[in-house]
Design a protein around this ligand. Structure first.
Ligand SMILES: Cc1ncc(COP(=O)(O)O)c(C=O)c1O
Length: 400
């Protein structure tokens, strides 16, 4: 018998973190590895945000704060929701946690009873199913394949919602596919949700600001006010403001749910870092110009990567609307053999071949629930991306 709780046997460690670690180890051992596994912007946090944090330290803002966020930060978040999403959330409807990750987890912990189901479109962000399992619920999946641009079809959603479904998780733009729903596409999904009154919507809008080609972001409660009372709108500063290490995420939603989430946080981690909260106030209320500048840089990289991958034999890469990921198919390479005679039978085999044979680290699609694909993060400089995609092209050409 093991000392470790049985519930832990239901979950696995984050496979994306595992890939980053493996790439880091190989690099440390002197191998020439280009890491395309990371889920964070390569840009630095803007100076005005850093300065706000330094000011907060000097001003002695170094004590516990209100459990789920300072009044100043809740005010800034309310302002952001109103300004950017047309959503009215009072401070009492807002919660702040240690990253979007904690906010999502709190919401699941606060709502799931044993046997409750959470519907997750595939491909999904790796943490959703395991968080649901940790919270005692059952993840259920519905496919959104490359044929629909990795977007959930309304009829598929309708068919997948069952009597035990408690939440639908929507993540647009998506990690890992980059797919983002237009307003019309979102409306078609919210129309379906309107007919299933027992199901709530958890929208993970973390990549809201990373959209390209004049794409207009929209979120469920904005598109369908009828869902406002059963939607949790989750967001954060990690991706938009290059603040992954600061650990601030937040959500707006019905007050009862927000209170229940704060109750969990009060008995686990208490408030997120006081300094990070001060920095997040500046991020959300200060100048916003760099968001567009950075999005322009990401768009260029997306186009570079998509174009080069589509020239690799056996790879097909859809051009997504947002985030900093692409999710190419490697179906055309299944059954081929590597130069040293190994058969490629899965996307895991393929990414292992890329890492060991070409020095490129990316994540296999199985980790995100849709195979045979792999995820490339283009949150790295163009020179490295060009080199990496060249290596992938050569590695694919060498398969026989
Ligand atoms: C889709 C998605 N949601 C949530 C998160 C969590 O972000 P954080 O906890 O840094 O706010 C991530 C981070 O990778 C993500 O990709």
């Amino acid at each position: 018998m093991t000392f470790i709780a049985e519930s832990l046997s239901r979950i696995k460690p984050s496979p994306t973190i595992a890939v980053s670690n493996k790439a880091r180890e190989l690099k440390a051992a002197g191998h020439d590895v280009i890491g395309l596994g990371a889920g964070e912007p390569d840009f630095d946090t803007p100076d005005n945000i850093k300065e706000a944090a330094i000011r907060a330290i000097r001003a002695g803002e170094t004590k516990y704060t209100a459990v789920d966020g300072t009044p100043a930060l809740k005010q800034a978040i309310a302002g952001k929701f109103k300004r950017e999403n047309g959503l009215d959330y009072a401070p009492s409807q807002i919660t702040v946690g240690t990253g979007g990750k904690q906010v999502l987890y709190n919401a699941l912990m606060a709502t799931l009873n044993p046997g409750d189901e959470v519907l997750i479109p595939t491909p999904y962000w790796v943490s959703y199913p395991d968080m649901v399992l940790l919270a005692g619920g059952e993840p259920r999946f519905v496919e959104a394949t490359a044929e629909t641009g990795f977007k959930l079809a309304p009829a598929a959603l309708d068919a997948a919602l069952g009597p035990r479904t408690k939440w639908l998780i929507l993540n647009s733009p998506s990690n890992p596919s980059g797919a983002a729903y237009t307003r019309d596409e979102m409306k078609a999904l919210t129309d379906v949700m309107m007919a299933h009154a027992h199901v709530w919507v958890m929208t993970d809008d973390m990549y809201e600001h990373l959209v390209y080609d004049n794409f207009v972001f929209s979120t469920a409660a904005e598109v369908e006010p009828g869902l406002y009372d059963r939607t949790l709108t989750v967001n954060g500063v990690s991706k938009a403001y290059a603040m992954t290490g600061w650990r601030i995420g937040y959500a707006g939603g019905p007050e009862d749910l927000i209170k229940a989430m704060a109750k969990i946080q009060s008995q686990t981690t208490s408030n997120p870092s006081s300094i990070s909260q001060a920095a997040a106030v500046e991020a959300l209320s200060g100048p916003q110009g760099y968001i567009a500048e950075r999005a322009a840089a990401f768009k260029e990289r997306r186009d570079l990567v998509v174009d080069m991958l589509n020239q690799a034999p056996g790879i097909h890469c859809h051009r997504p609307e947002g985030a900093f990921y692409v999710y190419p198919s490697c179906a055309g390479l299944m059954g081929k053999k590597t130069p040293d005679g190994k058969m490629i039978e899965s996307d895991l085999d393929f990414v292992t071949y890329l890492l060991e044979g070409a020095g490129v680290a990316c994540v296999h699609g199985e980790a995100f629930g849709l195979s045979p694909h792999f995820r490339i993060s283009y949150a790295t400089d163009s020179a490295a991306l060009r080199e990496a995609c060249g290596r992938i092209q050569r590695a694919c050409a060498e398969l026989a």
